[in-house]
Design a protein around this ligand. Structure first.
Ligand code: GDP
Length: 320
């Protein structure tokens, strides 16, 4: 190969590599603000463990620790495994026991990418969950977060079952400055999803967030409806399917994750109202049993009260 040809080949190769990198950046961009804040749990677990350990390390201590873990919603299986693994490690001091419990709790959390992956243009996020868990509020918080990072957002009101749901989403949309696409009350929710995506595409929006129904009665219909929404939203192409779960629902939350997971592939959990519980162990129970990562945590009712879930900070605040 002579000189000029070699230079041309080199230029083409470099251009291809640069193009590939730029293309990857534009099609996959994790949420910019993943700065995890320490979740504001006023956990009773730490003080209960301290009380149990105050009397030394005998059988009664381990019973008390077991009771404390159960009371914090960690779940029966995880509690039993944590206590037996810590006992087997034969801690020689109270400090060693505390550290071993902390590490055992941390080991129960899955190793997963907890950032939101936004693929596609627009990226699509489907929000599911039982009514009252905080879906609409979470959508508004997410929309604000994306907009603060320079992205444009369209909201889709696919809970056509309740007129109030569409109104509520519209109110939040107006407040955060996101366009809201709505349908007829009682109309086909999947048609709203279709219209939302069409509108967002036409306007070149970056992210679409779809609100869905979460009625507890008529579950079978709801799950079929969610499957259709998922298909119309792009199926495998959907960037995230986030299940909103109320941290104060305790073990009930596990049943909800199971139910929704059977209908559509949940990519992450948004755990709301963590500010309203002194337990928090439900995170351990969920990740252990269902292998779905908690990605975000709701820490209050205002728009900025949404933080990325940090497993280390979480376990530390559980043990505080
Ligand atoms: P939806 O029916 O699932 O859409 O639930 P909403 O978004 O209407 O929320 C139900 C209630 O929970 C509202 O009063 C919200 O302000 C409240 N809420 C939502 N997220 C949080 C949170 O992270 N912390 C607290 N304390 N309240 C929340």
């Amino acid at each position: 190969m002579d000189g000029p040809l070699l230079i041309i080949v080199a230029v083409v190769v470099v251009a291809l590599i640069v193009g590939l990198v730029l293309w990857q950046r534009s099609s996959t961009h994790p949420v910019e603000d993943t700065t995890p804040a320490a979740p504001p749990i006023r956990s009773v677990l730490g003080s209960a463990i301290r009380r149990a350990l105050a009397s030394g390390l005998d059988d009664a201590t381990w019973d008390e620790i077991e009771a404390a873990l159960l009371a914090a919603d960690v779940g029966v299986e995880a509690t039993s495994d944590i206590v037996s693994s810590v006992r087997q490690s034969r801690p020689e001091s109270v400090d060693e026991a505390r550290t071993a419990i902390r590490n055992a709790l941390r080991a129960e959390l899955v190793e997963a990418d907890r950032s939101l992956i936004l693929t596609g243009s627009p990226a699509s996020i489907v929000i599911v969950g039982v009514n009252g868990t905080g879906k609409t509020t979470t959508i508004a918080k997410l929309a604000k977060r994306f907009q603060d990072s320079g992205k444009t957002v369209t909201l889709g009101a696919a809970d056509t079952f309740r007129a109030a749901a569409g109104d509520q989403l519209q109110t939040w949309g107006d407040r955060v400055g996101s366009q809201v696409v709505r349908g007829q009350e009682g109309g086909d929710p999947a048609a709203v999803v279709y219209d939302t995506l069409e509108s967002a595409r036409a306007k070149g929006m970056d992210v679409v967030i779809i609100d869905t129904a979460g009625r507890l009665h008529g579950k079978k219909n709801l799950m079929a409806e969610l499957q259709k929404i998922y298909r119309v939203a792009g199926g495998d192409e959907v960037s995230e399917v986030l299940l909103v779960l109320d941290a104060t629902a305790g073990q009930n939350g596990l049943a909800q994750v199971r139910e929704f997971s059977n209908a559509i592939p949940i990519s992450g959990i948004v755990l709301t109202k963590l500010d309203g519980t002194a337990k928090g162990g439900i995170v351990i129970a969920i990740e252990r049993t269902l292998d779905v990562p908690v990605k975000l945590v709701g820490t209050g009712e205002s728009l900025d009260d949404l933080v990325a879930f940090d497993p280390d900070a979480f376990v530390d605040s559980l043990m505080e």
